[in-house]
Ligand binder design. Structure first.
Ligand SMILES: Nc1ncnc2c1ncn2[C@@H]1O[C@H](COP(=O)(O)OP(=O)(O)OP(=O)(O)O)[C@@H](O)[C@H]1O
Length: 675
């Protein structure tokens, strides 16, 4: 610790538990670990053990896994009744019925576990339930982690496909260099010590690769002791009154560490016309991000300019998979297992069960309506637990499939288990096929709290919130996920003082080296200058800019840059931070939107807005705090501070110390019913 800094150490059993849980789930005796080759992509293609779900007929009581060791197929594991399936061999990339699948995409350095095909389509007789390959479709699982086979089965309704996808999101964990597959428990018990037929040496080597490479185990969350939240101030140095341990989130499942993020590296996706606080920027012809969408719902670029609003589409990868119905084939290698021996999901959500009905919940009141879903407060009829129900907007005809953004959000949220990321408990459906995400209920969002203005956040509260936010962002970035829509309305706070990031509809996995993505992301006021200037090659720095805007907003109680259009937004930024030039931001003049005739503002006036001492009502910020803010709002994305470095910033070590969750103030309930 740097001299002069004050350190507060607080043991937190929460993190201890995480470690234990994590170790359990990473126990090699339980899992099959697959190494990925840096140059060739996934080495599984050339003969390592693999396990993939061939099909998952959740409602139909049946799951099939195929296990391979190199050339040799161990067989299939299945449960329940025999179902029809149709196999697609990823080597030949051909479905039985002759429909070709595009399987030749090679991974370079991307750590991404699921990769999407530009166009993967398996046509269906019956209209089809469309599904995103981007989201861990068995095809993708096969492609990435194994030399595998994909069964395309259908007649399963949408949610079953979705569940299947989700299951795999729990089965596969990726990392920068490795993919770790946790097989079902039944598989472990079936092959004790055999580890899918690998020799001990091979396994050891494999494990070594896995251990040496970056993975979730090496992230800060694998450690019981290094949580930055341990720095936080708890008044008397004791555990706060409302400690994490008393929170409903303290279940093992909550603390369980999953591996690589589950977002697909599919193409981008189109979010639809927005109301409220998003604005659209422009729209290209390349819509169709919704899988199998009927079209006609896209926004027009002319509808834009509602300042705080956005739209996204880069049309990179329109991904389609249609499910074939009436599939019926099995070969002799199948092993039937009782349903009870199916793999426990890596968290408390039992995705192998048929998804429950939304009528298991009493809807209490509407919390909010965003562009992509209506959020209700609801009560679980069985347990009495209060939850948030997000009704995913479908906006589709029968044949259109499930919105990519919704799938992506569900998939990512189900895969991440982190104290700073909102927890999704399950996915439920109503009689009309509408899908709802059941989330832990969070009493407030930061935007509303800031708007209340009855009580501003103190410095130590801002620090506490910033720490929690940065931890969540760091976790996302460590897992190769960009949130791409960080803003105060997407930061929720509960009565335990816990901040959680929500709304992952725009998030996506990114790769290194980066490839072009849409620049039309992030709500305008929080959008990084490189995006505003039209770059398509961006990375985690865009989220860090948003974090800077959020920090400023928490301090000043109003958004820092409130532009009405993209140009106006740039103008607002330049007026405060000065106009960027080649000296402070090499390469800026090469960005598509850069104009030589931008208004010249040679000075950075940020300090005026956040002075060290103030008699004018401006928020006071120490040199250290200002240093962090400036580093977050640095023009050059290469120089912008990372979440990791920000967490380690001196500001969090100087008095006033960050306030622990348990010491955050109670805020008035948003809804009368909450009281
Ligand atoms: N788990 C939750 N608990 C309580 N309120 C929530 C929860 N999740 C979301 N909300 C509320 O609903 C609002 C909208 O949620 P969310 O951002 O997920 O929906 P959206 O349709 O994607 O919105 P946006 O238009 O911002 O993209 C949030 O700002 C918050 O106020």
């Amino acid at each position: 610790m740097a001299a002069g800094r004050v350190g507060v150490s607080r043991r937190n059993d929460f993190y201890k538990y995480s470690k234990k849980e994590h170790d359990y789930h990473r126990n090699p005796n339980r899992g099959v670990e697959l190494s990925r080759d840096r140059d060739r992509g996934v080495t599984g293609r050339n003969g390592f053990d693999s396990l993939s779900r061939v099909s998952s007929d959740v409602g139909g009581r049946r799951n099939v896994f195929r296990v391979r060791i190199g050339e040799k197929e161990l067989g299939k594991l299945s449960s329940g009744r025999k179902i029809g399936s149709q196999m697609v061999d990823s080597e030949t990339s051909e479905v039985d019925n002759g429909v070709k699948m595009n399987c030749d995409r090679k991974r370079k350095f991307s750590p991404i576990v699921w990769n999407a095909e530009k166009e993967v389509r398996i046509s269906s007789k019956n209209g089809v339930v469309s599904m995103s390959t981007a989201l861990s479709h068995p095809k993708l699982l096969g492609e990435v982690v194994s030399d595998e086979v994909v069964a395309v089965h259908s007649d399963a309704d949408r949610i079953q496909c979705l569940q299947s996808s989700i299951i795999e999101s729990h089965v596969v964990s990726g990392s920068a260099e490795t993919a770790v597959v946790e097989p079902p428990a039944c598989l472990s018990s079936l092959m004790p010590g055999q580890r899918c037929g690998r020799s001990g040496e091979e396994v050891e080597q494999l494990e070594e690769e896995v251990v040496c490479s970056w993975n979730i185990a090496t992230s800060r969350w694998a450690s019981e002791s290094d949580s930055p939240r341990e720095k936080c101030f708890s008044d008397n140095g004791n555990m706060p009154k409302r400690s994490k341990m008393s929170s409903p989130m303290d279940s093992p499942s909550r603390t369980l560490l999953d591996g690589k993020a589950s977002s697909p590296e599919s193409g981008e996706f189109q979010r639809e016309d927005s109301e409220g606080d998003r604005a659209e920027s422009s729209v290209t012809d390349e819509v169709g991000i919704f899988i199998g969408r009927a079209g006609g719902e896209e926004c027009s670029g002319n509808e834009l300019d509602n300042n705080d609003c956005m739209e996204i589409n880069d049309g990179e990868d329109e991904t389609r998979v249609d499910y074939q119905s009436g599939l019926d084939s099995e070969d002799g290698n199948e092993v039937h297992l009782p349903v009870e021996s199916l793999p426990p999901p890596q968290r408390s959500v039992n995705m192998l069960q048929e998804c429950r009905s939304v009528f298991e919940y009493d809807r209490l009141n509407k919390i909010n309506e965003g562009a992509y879903g209506v959020v209700y407060r609801a009560r679980d009829k069985k347990t009495g637990e209060i939850v948030a129900l997000k009704k995913m907007k479908m906006k589709i005809a029968e044949t259109d499939g499930f919105p990519m953004s919704a799938l992506r959000e569900i998939n990512i949220l189900l895969s991440f288990h982190h104290p700073s990321i909102v927890d999704v408990k399950e996915v439920v459906m109503d009689d009309f096929g509408t899908v709802y995400m059941v989330m832990e209920y969070m009493e407030h969002d930061l935007k509303r709290l800031i708007e209340l203005k009855k009580r501003s956040f103190s410095l130590s509260e801002v620090k506490g919130l910033m720490l929690q936010l940065l931890e969540g962002v760091q976790h996302l970035h460590h897992n190769w996920v960009l949130h791409r829509d960080l803003k105060t309305s997407n930061l929720l706070l509960n009565d335990n003082g816990e901040l959680k990031i929500c709304d992952f509809g725009l998030s996506r996995q990114y790769a290194s080296p980066s490839k072009p993505y849409t620049q039309l992301v992030v709500t305008l006021w929080y959008r990084a200058p490189e995006l505003l200037l039209g770059t398509k090659q961006y990375s985690t720095a865009i989220d860090m800019w948003s974090v800077g805007c959020i920090m400023a907003e928490l301090l000043a109680k109003e958004p820092l840059f409130q532009g009405k259009t993209e140009l106006d937004q740039l103008d607002k930024i330049f007026k405060i931070l000065g106009t960027p030039n080649k000296t402070i931001w090499p390469g800026v003049s090469n960005l598509p939107g850069f104009k030589a005739n931008f208004v010249k503002q040679p000075y950075n006036l940020l300090r005026k807005k956040f002075p060290a001492t103030s008699f004018t009502g401006f928020p006071v910020l120490s040199d250290s705090g200002f240093d962090l803010l400036s580093k977050l709002l640095t023009y050059d994305p290469e120089k912008r501070i990372t979440a990791e470095a920000a967490l380690d910033h001196d500001w969090f070590h100087e008095v006033p110390l960050p306030k622990c969750e348990g010491f955050m103030p109670f805020f008035p309930a948003q809804h009368a019913q909450d009281r």
